[in-house]
Design a protein around this ligand. Sequence first.
Ligand SMILES: [Zn+2]
Length: 91
Amino acid sequence: MILEAKKCHNCQSEQIVRNGHNSCGQQRYKCKNCGVTRVLDSVQKSKQIDLEQVFQTYKERNSIRSTGRIFGVSPATIQKWLKKSPIFSQL
Ligand SMILES: [Zn+2]
């Protein structure tokens, strides 16, 4: 059995203990040094989406819904990105 050393993301201490699971069933860890609890190896996959491409697609008269379908994210996510973007103030 190979044990890989896990380190606290906050203080880089190796004194961490398992501390239950989160709502997704992932192992949570607690740092004995600083007391922070978190999932250390999150399996959440972030999609690599070029936001400029999203904005361009939206500017070409596509709806928020269709832009979401094109990039495989929800319309709410597209709306969130558009609100953060500088082009939103121009629309
Ligand atoms: Zn720590």
